[in-house]
Write a protein that binds this ligand. Structure first.
Ligand code: ZN
Length: 336
């Protein structure tokens, strides 16, 4: 396993080079997202299915299902990692450039023993166990102190980058703080220094007042289509209580997040016939925990449009639909 990282001098952004990821197996190839071809509850060739534990490098963490002894979720190292903890973290000068080994963690969260049970179809208490697993592993890695940030995400469908159909999420914890996370932190800090209030807290208050971009809410979380959504049907799921990092989420809030996330995924599926999507938990760097200006959130980003030349050239995105219209569609859809 030898991945490496190089820094783009023009932007400051780091790029990961992980050539072995090209060798990873794929359970796709039919160009289908699982619609039309029904998955079996157990696939004898799937490394994440029960009975195939010998194909797993290691089981880092296992959580039982609600009220049952049997495991529901498992955290395992990614077999084709983009980053590994065995590498050292030293930066090196390479000519005029900066280089480092691919240090970090890359893990898979197997969400359920059932091969065919998509996250949106799980009972809410099973989804709560998934969130609980995110939180448990996030906290462990942050407490170890070797990585500055832990990024949790889920890819649904082959357009979203999934290579294995068994329901799973992923965790990547790099040895550096990515540029765009730093930039978001800076903007939030400037706002706080000017107004004495959190930027996301103000956005949340405004959206609750306006109503027109709201999708769903409960007593701990609010989901809405953001004012400047980058892609059609993008949603942000924001905790009502200000908290800088995902590690600060309380037990009752984890249950609340499971409910709102489930609701959002069902709305998305019913409105758009099971689209590919990514969701990611945008949190802050480890040493920003407790900061009053930061506020973590979940971004759900459907894969309905493909960025092209203009987007690459300008960094701007072109969204063919208006956030207010997308929110109205998502609100109006049944979730059963
Ligand atoms: Zn499987």
């Amino acid at each position: 396993m030898s991945s490496e990282m190089r820094q783009n001098k023009l932007t400051g952004q780091w790029v990961i080079y992980a050539s072995e990821r090209g060798d990873r197996p794929t359970q796709f190839g039919d160009g289908e997202n699982g619609d039309g071809n029904v998955l079996p509850p157990v696939d004898p060739n799937c490394p994440f299915c029960p009975g195939n534990e010998d194909q797993l490098p290691e089981i880092i963490l296992e959580l039982p299902a609600h009220g049952v002894e049997k495991w529901q979720t498992r955290v395992v190292p990614n077999k084709y990692p983009m980053l590994t903890p065995a590498h050292d973290r030293e930066r090196e000068r390479r000519g005029m450039y900066v280089w480092m080994r691919g240090f970090g963690h890359h893990e898979v969260i197997i969400e359920h023993p059932r091969h065919d049970l998509d996250l949106a179809d799980m009972p809410v208490d099973a989804l709560e166990t998934v969130i609980e697993t995110y939180h448990r592993r996030y906290t462990q890695l942050i407490q170890q102190g070797s990585v500055p940030i832990v990024i949790l995400f889920r890819n649904h469908g082959d357009q979203a980058g999934t290579s294995i159909k068994h329901p799973h999420s992923q965790l990547v914890a790099p040895g550096i703080v990515p540029q765009h996370i730093r930039r978001r932190e800076d903007i939030a800090q400037q706002y706080y220094d000017t107004w004495g209030r959190g930027l996301m807290a103000d956005i949340l208050r405004h959206e609750l007042e306006m109503q027109k971009r709201l999708v769903t809410e409960n007593d701990t979380f609010v989901a809405f289509v953001p004012y400047a959504a980058e892609v059609p049907f993008e949603m942000w799921i924001v905790p009502r209580r200000q908290q800088a990092g995902f590690g600060e989420i309380a037990k009752s809030e984890r249950a609340g997040l499971a409910k709102v996330l489930d609701d959002c995924l069902l709305r998305l599926r019913n409105a758009l016939n099971n689209p590919d999507y990514n969701y990611v938990i945008h949190t802050s760097a480890r040493y920003k925990a407790g900061e009053p200006h930061l506020h973590w959130y979940v971004q759900v980003r459907p894969r309905l449009v493909t960025p092209a030349g203009f987007e690459i050239g300008s960094g701007m995105l072109v969204n063919p639909s208006l956030p207010e219209d997308d929110a109205a569609t998502l609100r109006g859809i049944a979730t059963d």
